[in-house]
Design a protein around this ligand. Structure first.
Ligand SMILES: Cc1cc2nc3c(=O)[nH]c(=O)nc-3n(C[C@H](O)[C@H](O)[C@H](O)COP(=O)(O)O)c2cc1C
Length: 191
């Protein structure tokens, strides 16, 4: 048996990014066996902050941003300059279809109703948006070959802007969705 503590934030929001990163750094140093961190950072700002805090750690950081056209046709949420800046410090950025919406969102947008994956996403959001995002980006990165399945990683997400949730999980490919294992919650908002 192990007793561990979790960092809780009062509300979902941007203000916790620095504290969240500090909780992730502590966990990384105490766990010793995590080699990769995945972060959902639409603009790359939170990913850059994470790099700033973990520069000296032996860990690979991978950034996942929104799919192309999330806000506007043919436009990414992250600038080319930021992708390059991240690349220069060893951080890859992944842009691709969201695992829990993808083309299914196109179907519900046209015909109404919901897709089974909306239920999965909303169930995870009962913990926090960041928990849903952590699961989603880990599938996206696994399907893109950016993280191996079967190896524990830290995954980080938030509520729209900034990050407020971090977990240790084992990623799976989309086809094995329900084999995903959440091992530890490092931090999450309480609301
Ligand atoms: C693939 C993907 C899915 C996301 N889904 C949600 C979501 O369902 N709810 C939410 O509040 N934020 C969602 N986000 C936003 C992230 O959790 C995070 O708050 C944001 O990307 C941080 O970006 P920043 O570093 O530019 O502030 C998503 C981001 C990505 C990349």
């Amino acid at each position: 048996m192990e007793r561990k503590f979790i960092t809780y934030f009062e509300e979902q929001g941007n203000d916790y990014t620095d504290d969240l990163i500090s909780a992730v750094k502590d966990k990384l140093e105490s766990s010793g066996d995590i080699k990769r961190i995945l972060i959902a950072s639409s603009t790359g700002e939170s990913a850059m902050k994470l790099y700033g805090a973990l520069e000296d750690e032996d860990v690979e950081i991978i950034n996942v941003t929104h799919h192309m056209g999330f806000k506007e046709d043919n436009v990414a949420d992250i600038s080319d300059e930021m992708i390059k800046k991240l690349e220069d410090v060893g951080i890859k950025t992944y842009i691709g279809a969201h695992a829990f919406s993808g083309a299914a969102r196109g179907v519900t947008n046209k015909y109404g109703g919901f897709s089974p994956l909306d239920v999965v996403a909303d169930t995870l959001r009962m913990f926090s948006h960041g928990i849903k995002v952590s699961a989603e980006i880990s599938i996206m990165a696994a399907d893109a070959g950016l993280v191996p399945v079967g190896e524990k990683i830290i995954a980080i997400g938030g509520r729209g802007k900034g990050v407020d949730t971090a977990v240790i999980l084992t990623p799976v490919n989309a086809k094995n969705l329900f084999d995903m294992k959440f091992h530890e919650i490092i931090a999450m908002p309480k609301d």
